[in-house]
Write a protein that binds this ligand. Structure first.
Ligand SMILES: NC(=O)C1=CN([C@@H]2O[C@H](COP(=O)(O)OP(=O)(O)OC[C@H]3O[C@@H](n4cnc5c(N)ncnc54)[C@H](OP(=O)(O)O)[C@@H]3O)[C@@H](O)[C@H]2O)C=CC1
Ligand SMILES: Nc1nc2c(ncn2[C@@H]2O[C@H](COP(=O)(O)O)[C@@H](O)[C@H]2O)c(=O)[nH]1
Length: 327
């Protein structure tokens, strides 16, 4: 493939501003029939989201996807969210018991508004069958399928009935797939996103590898409708991970969904654990993300997110950071 690059190799080129203040720029996005404040979703991982955070995000018009690692709580989670008048957005895997879970939801007349099929190698018959099963039992759920890293995979999952696909195999901060298997989009996630987006006829979620708020704008430029983020959302006051103190500083744990910490065993491990500096309240990060994205929109010469989609860009061969630290 020609033109392989990643987030840090790209700079978007400014266009004449049409706003008098960045606060005029609208960062909202419509995804699956609902409008959200930001085109951003915290990763559906156990150290990133729990029920309390899901409620906060839904109540404040942010998109969320609950993880699938406490399967016994999912049915009551859907009930609880919907009885509060909130949307329900859950994850499933592809094992046999997940088929029964979908049937159970249908039998109880519970239709989650969003269902994400969350497996490592989403270009598979296992995912295609699960998409079709969900569409048969819960036809009005919006189905997100992944993860994938090629246009063929996007087309096949869309053709099977997926309403959106999630792109990113191996670019994550706690991912070791690239090292353990030699495969994935790690190191060229942004180019893979562009490649997949050209083939897509439905929305794409860019998943993994976001290290700065500017990377959100770059994802939008290269075809993402939504951006899934793990590490930037780890380490908050509300984050579910364990908090530890080291040399007088607070840190919180962040581990991969395919790590031995998640799995409880050392089989097919493709994730690791790290400690992230304590960041304070989640609300502050969401506000900063919104302000930074408003600024991105203004540099794009517009007042809506869509302005970013058309900007020119350059590939900066030696990395935009020139050895600087991000913060
Ligand atoms: N985005 C990414 O880069 C990655 C994300 N993850 C995350 O880790 C979690 C666990 O993922 P996963 O292991 O898929 O989930 P599961 O452990 O639930 O596995 C799902 C099913 O797919 C099978 N499977 C898994 N990997 C492959 C493969 N490469 N080829 C064929 N079959 C496969 C598994 O069987 P068996 O275990 O017997 O092979 C199992 O039956 C998820 O949350 C996922 O998102 C993991 C790796 C990469
Ligand atoms: N290869 C692995 N990828 C994983 C694992 N757990 C989660 N993930 C993926 O990472 C992103 C988050 O990436 P970040 O760069 O924003 O931190 C997440 O959404 C998953 O797709 C894992 O164990 N192995």
């Amino acid at each position: 493939m020609e033109n392989v690059f990643d987030y840090e190799d790209i700079q978007l080129i400014p266009a004449k501003s049409i706003v008098n203040s960045r606060s005029e720029c609208d960062t909202t996005v419509t995804f699956g029939g609902r409008t959200f404040k930001l085109p951003v979703v915290p990763a559906n991982m156990q150290t990133i989201i729990d029920e309390k955070i899901a409620i906060y995000l839904a109540e404040n018009n942010y998109f969320y996807i609950m993880h699938r690692f406490q399967p016994e709580t999912r049915l009551s989670f859907v009930k609880d969210m919907q009885s509060r008048g909130l949307y329900a957005s859950i994850s499933v895997g592809v094992k046999e018991e997940e088929y029964r879970f979908i049937e159970e939801l249908a039998a109880e007349n519970l239709t989650p508004e969003y269902i994400t099929i969350d497996i490592a190698h989403g270009h598979s018959n296992a995912v295609i069958n699960m998409i079709q099963h969900i569409k048969k039992y819960l036809p009005s759920s919006f189905v997100i399928a992944g993860n994938v890293g090629t246009p063929e995979a996007v087309r096949e999952l869309e053709h099977a009935g997926a309403d959106a696909t999630k792109v990113g195999i191996g670019p994550g901060k706690v991912c070791i797939t690239k090292i353990k298997t030699g495969f994935g989009t790690g190191g060229w996630q942004l180019a893979a996103l562009r490649w997949c987006a050209k083939a897509a006829s439905k929305p794409i979620i860019a998943d993994g590898g976001i290290r700065t708020h500017g990377d959100i704008a770059k994802s939008i430029r290269f075809g993402a409708a939504m951006v899934m983020i793990g590490s930037l959302f780890a380490g908050h006051e509300e984050s579910p991970g364990e908090t530890v103190e080291k040399d007088g500083e607070l840190y919180k744990e962040y581990f991969g969904s395919a790590s031995e910490f998640q799995k409880g065993e050392k089989r097919n491990v493709e994730g690791k654990k790290m400690y992230v500096k304590y960041k304070g309240p989640l609300k502050d990060t969401l506000i900063e993300m919104e302000q930074d994205l408003q600024s991105s929109i203004s540099y794009a010469g517009g007042n809506k997110l869509s302005a970013i989609r058309n900007v020119d860009y350059v590939i900066v061969k030696n990395s935009i950071f020139n050895g600087d630290k991000v913060y």
